[in-house]
Design a protein around this ligand. Sequence first.
Ligand SMILES: [Fe+2]
Length: 309
Amino acid sequence: MIDDLNAKKLGLGLGLRNQHFNYILENNPKVDWFEIISENFMDSYGRPRHILHQIAEKYPVVMHGVSMSIGSIDPLDFSYLKRLKTLSKEINPVWISDHLCWTGVLTINSHDLLPIPLNEETLKHVCERIRIVQDYLERPLILENPSTYLSFEQSTLKEWEFLSHMAQETNCGLLLDVNNVYVSGFNNDFDPITYIENLPHDRIVQMHLAGHQHCGDYIIDTHDREVTNHVWELFRIAWQKTGGVATLLEWDGNIPEFDVYYAELQKAKDFMSGEVITSLDEESIITKEEAISNPINFMVPNVLSDVTK
Ligand SMILES: [Fe+2]
């Protein structure tokens, strides 16, 4: 079934955000598809869900979640999965995705996408939970590589190795967030091109693009600005490797007018030809004090480094 999804090359999509509801309904912009944050719609039967129904009648829609916590040791939350499935029955998304991460434990939700140690033990744990979720949802699950700010001494597998085994053993699909590869690569000192080249490209059904904040010693995955040239260059490589899978631009902070968001997405077309057209200039860097004072920079690595290695 992943082959079927992989073949659904949806084109270039945007995240559906409340600020753009009216514009989309009134102007029917030429966007190939929309991605929703599942949690923004699954617990409400009000105006957002009503509008989502209207948009789903006009555009392909993909459901993207942030709360499945597939890597947690808490039991799977079947109340959550039931609401997720109910919404999927209503709007018939092309696929449902979430992240390779955990979001909490002992029922406490951190509202962050936290990394897991990458080894045989966690691989077995995650694969068992993916199989249960897929059986329950009656469809493949698509999982995204997270942006990370630390690595674990207990990790024995590279992240791309973990994702490859995970996809192989469960038949799940992969959502390759190209910006996350760049951010994690910088923060954890691995080569993002090696990462992308070694993924199983036939398992990748979607890509994400986004902007980030470079803070000098580390990069924060802020989703609040334009995509950097380094990430566009990785996208060029990933587009060629995957044969051009569905690609979505995320923008979640300082969300601009729809036409600005749309224009940033259209830049992707410049990189889909395979020609190298970027000059990899130095990124603008802010100080740690500026990063901490900016409320969007919610996950400062120094805070987490005290918790775990
Ligand atoms: Fe993403």
